[in-house]
Design a protein around this ligand. Sequence first.
Ligand code: NAD
Length: 348
Amino acid sequence: MPNIAPDHLENLVQQTLIAAGSHPEEAAIVADHLVRANLAGHDSHGVGMLTNYLPGLQSGVLKANQPHEIYMDAGPLLGIDGGRGFGQRIAKESMDLGIARAREHGLALIGTRRCHHIGRIGTYAEQCSAAGLISLHFVNVQDHRPLVAAFRGKEAVFGTNPICFGMPSQGDAPDILLDMATSQIALGKTRVAFLGGKPVPQGAVIDHQGQLSDQPSVMWQEPFGALTPLADHKGYGLALMCEILGGVMTGGGSIAPHHERLGGIVNNMLSILIDPKRLVTADYLAQELSELVNFVTHSAPAGSLPVILPGEPERQTHQARTPGIPFDDGNWDSLVQAAATLGVDWNA
Ligand code: NAD
């Protein structure tokens, strides 16, 4: 099983994106995002996405070097249109602009719409946290066939519509990051499991007849099944709100079938950025958060594992993978083959 140093992997991704048409700055932002997703343990949103992006660039559902356009600009409100450009780049630029607005006004509401896949949403919360800002993000997915069934439905009607909340570190409390799909598992996890020949948790998917299953193939081989929503009616409700906030309220649109579906992955995201120090004093915040986090994480464990904070698994995996990111042969070979079509040799 290949184990690849993060810097080397980032360099390979960058070279591949440049060969596919991106200018070096764009390739660097996308490569950094993808490798950081692998470092965080989210291989589903890591460099494996190249096997989707490279055909997307060829078919035109994803556009290299697409500059963002501002579609709304009113004090703390800002809207950025991505024009199907690389989402990792457009959403990073959008957050850079949003951070400046939140510093000025104490609060910012940022629409980021019509981007090709923006990847791991936690990256944007981390960007805001690094600037000392709280952030909330609501995301929908278009252009792709629906993947997630509604509660009580057997037919897919949503994308995996992630929500994400970031709280920057204060006092003894580290950064807290809740970043999750509103389906039980993200689609990418079924891709990694499918290519790796492994099952997914039972009930994370249903087959085309609506029967609970643990087979990732139901998402990749026809007749297609669907992912199930997180926590039944609750995840279904959150997915619907992501359609409304992320899709409708950015003007990017919902997943409803009157919108074109060209087979790419288009994300719309509504983000709220808050400067916590406009609401309470720094001393109060540090003390309250330290006490809260201590109380929660020192609660008695029910089993052998301790109570940890959202964001901790990613921090631990980042540390463990800093010497090298592991790939199974199936996932690695598909990347080597994809890069080879552009004349970039990942095994050199
Ligand atoms: P996940 O289930 O692995 O983790 C969800 C959250 O739970 C994370 O914040 C994690 O830190 C936290 N967590 C995990 N174990 C914990 C524990 N024991 N105690 C406390 N907290 C814990 O994530 P997921 O739902 O599979 O999503 C994976 C990634 O996919 C996310 O980064 C998400 O942004 C991304 N995603 C993107 C899109 C898109 O369209 N761009 C769509 C769906 C998902």
